[in-house]
Design a protein around this ligand. Structure first.
Ligand code: GLA
Length: 381
């Protein structure tokens, strides 16, 4: 990929530039908790977006996408959203950086990557992060990784239309090799946990389902959580988000909210606790308990939060009943994408063989198997 980008850059712009990368992410546990200011446990992976940049002394950005073999050009002063979706991410990041009072000049840019698209590995956060990182470095803007994570998140809110939390961009920017990040999404305090589970492998099984519901239903879930918070706020002081709500409070005012709102909120409160439990298990080297929390997370995502689908339920259920799998659940926003599985090395081949076979008989196509290694976050190459 790096070679392709180098070649494309030379071909289209006739010069050299600086190369940057920012990865996709996995999330061990803590789903739909980030925008409720709770906890998550993601890590950056060895699949990333790569980008080469060079200031061109003009006001225009010339962009070339290696993966789409397509190009776009727009002015940094433009107020018109580019038509091409991939161009919108780059445009959105530029606009968000400008909102911070920073001056962005024109540049030449070529990018591409190996983060599978639509698999829930946050290829869009990887793109936002590498664009922000590269622009900040190229123009000496001195944006911190915290600022860049927020720039990426606000690009999603304001130019893509998904009111996402901060997990994906944070993981892409702050990831470290062999470590997962316990992030408190309220304070942005974080703690790195070593994640080299001796004798186990992390494998993703991509259902290859791409639901068009993902972004609209995502925003609906977020609104339902906010509705629950408003009900509790009428009775309890100091409540700002579901992070401040416990099960006792929720149960006390259960009758004042719709049943569906109650279930959404209960999931988030349970899921936050599961992240904390999984982290203390990880600290003690108790992979089994961590895995059980992952199974619990899937159950909640499927039944209470209702963001799963039959394909993901099948994969998680099959894995749960497989001896050598200690944890499995759907990962990311939901309605398609991957499950994340923690599998005993000695059982890996048998598991992949069997689950592929069964999934194929059930759904008429195999899942895509994606091995991942927890790796470093955004950097200059
Ligand atoms: C998507 C969003 C994240 C997070 C997850 C669900 O990946 O981008 O902010 O909310 O869904 O945990």
């Amino acid at each position: 990929m790096i070679e392709k980008i180098n070649d494309a850059f030379k071909k289209y712009y006739g010069s050299e530039g600086e190369l940057y990368t920012s990865p996709g992410r996995v999330n061990i546990i803590g789903e739909h908790t980030d925008y409720n200011f709770g906890y998550v446990l993601p890590g950056a992976i060895d699949k990333a977006i790569y980008a080469k940049i060079k200031p061109n002394g003009e006001r225009n950005c010339r962009i070339y996408s290696v993966d789409y073999n397509d190009s776009a050009e727009f002015s940094v002063d433009s107020n018109e959203l580019p038509k091409k979706q991939w161009g919108q991410y780059i445009y959105g990041v530029i606009k968000e950086i400008q909102k911070l009072g920073k001056r962005v000049e024109g540049f030449d840019f070529a990018f591409g990557g190996d983060v599978p698209l639509g698999a829930g590995l946050s290829s869009s956060a990887a793109l936002e992060s590498v664009v922000g990182f590269a622009i900040s470095e190229a123009f000496g803007l001195g944006l911190s990784r915290f600022q860049l994570a927020k720039v990426g998140q606000m690009c999603e809110h304001n130019y893509v239309g998904v009111r996402c939390g901060i997990m994906d961009q944070f993981a892409s920017l702050f990831g470290q090799k062999d470590k997962v990040i316990q992030l408190d999404c309220r304070t942005l305090d974080y703690k790195l946990y070593p994640f080299n589970l001796e004798g186990y492998k992390v494998v993703l099984l991509d259902s290859q389902v791409k639901h068009s519901l993902a972004s609209s239903e995502y925003n609906v879930r977020r609104a339902q959580c906010e509705e629950g918070v408003i009900t509790i706020q009428k009775h309890v002081n100091g409540i700002e988000s579901l992070r401040d709500v416990n099960l006792d409070m929720l149960n006390t005012y259960k009758n004042e909210m719709e049943e569906i709102v109650y279930r959404r909120c209960k999931f988030v409160i349970d899921e936050n606790q599961r992240v904390l439990d999984a982290c203390s298990a990880l600290e003690k080297g108790d992979s089994k308990t961590m895995g059980e929390k992952m199974f619990g997370s899937h159950q909640g995502l499927s039944k209470d939060y209702e963001v799963s689908c039959p394909e993901l339920d099948f994969l998680a259920e099959y894995a749960k009943n497989y001896e050598g799998v200690i944890g499995s659940r759907m990962m990311g926003g939901g309605f398609g994408g991957c499950t994340i599985n923690i599998v005993k090395e000695s059982d890996y081949d048998g598991f992949i063989h069997q689950i592929t076979d069964r999934y194929n008989s059930q759904f008429g196509r195999p899942p895509r198997v994606i091995d991942v290694v927890i790796s470093d976050g955004a950097r200059k190459l």
